[in-house]
Design a protein around this ligand. Structure first.
Ligand SMILES: CC(C)(COP(=O)(O)OP(=O)(O)OC[C@H]1O[C@@H](n2cnc3c(N)ncnc32)[C@H](O)[C@@H]1OP(=O)(O)O)[C@@H](O)C(=O)NCCC(=O)NCCS
Length: 150
């Protein structure tokens, strides 16, 4: 298993994983633009040469504290690799990256029905901060805002 920065050559496999795990749809151009942003972190998890998972998100400044926070936009692992530690490896690498930049917390949104992801986040000390009504569409659903203090 290897975690590294995402490259353009990963994008087709990243999009396939996003589609099989029902994540919000990002196009090839969306990813290309994201990979070159200075405030973005985009990691790919590899099993040999196969893209097994990915994550991406952006640094920002908390309006409340004026400190760095990181918003995780997506994390997903190819189904055949679930429960083998790829998600944990991606998140652990992200936490290390956030610590380099003195980041106060990582925040994210998750569908309230996504028990698997919620259990995953709770293992890494994320807590539910609030419930946001109708955050998601197709299908419509509330979301939890979750946060992990670093
Ligand atoms: C959430 C996700 C990234 C986890 O990736 P993963 O590689 O399977 O996770 P890991 O193998 O590192 O598991 C770590 C922990 O997550 C939790 N977890 C993972 N799958 C779980 C499940 N089906 N049910 C309950 N807990 C689960 C467990 O606490 C597990 O720790 P353990 O092995 O000690 O029990 C993966 O399930 C996924 O891609 N889901 C679909 C996409 C998605 O919903 N992303 C989140 C969008 S907000």
């Amino acid at each position: 298993m290897l975690i590294r920065n995402s490259f353009v050559k990963d994008i087709d496999q990243i999009i396939k994983i996003g589609s099989e795990t029902d994540l919000s749809i990002w196009t090839t151009d969306d990813y290309k633009n994201e990979f070159i942003r200075s405030d973005a972190v985009c990691f790919t998890a590899l099993d040999d040469d196969i893209v097994a998972g990915f994550l991406h998100g952006r640094f920002g400044i908390s309006a409340a504290s004026g400190k760095n926070i990181f918003e995780l936009h997506n994390i997903a692992v190819k189904k055949q690799f679930w429960n083998k530690g790829f998600g944990s490896a991606l998140l652990t690498e992200l936490i290390a990256e956030c610590c380099k930049y003195d980041t106060l917390s990582i925040i994210l949104n998750v569908r309230i029905s996504n028990d698997q992801a919620i259990a995953f986040y709770k293992k890494y000390a994320f807590t539910e901060v609030s419930r946001v009504k109708d955050l998601y569409s197709n299908p419509a659903e509330d979301g939890f805002l979750m946060s992990c203090r670093l």
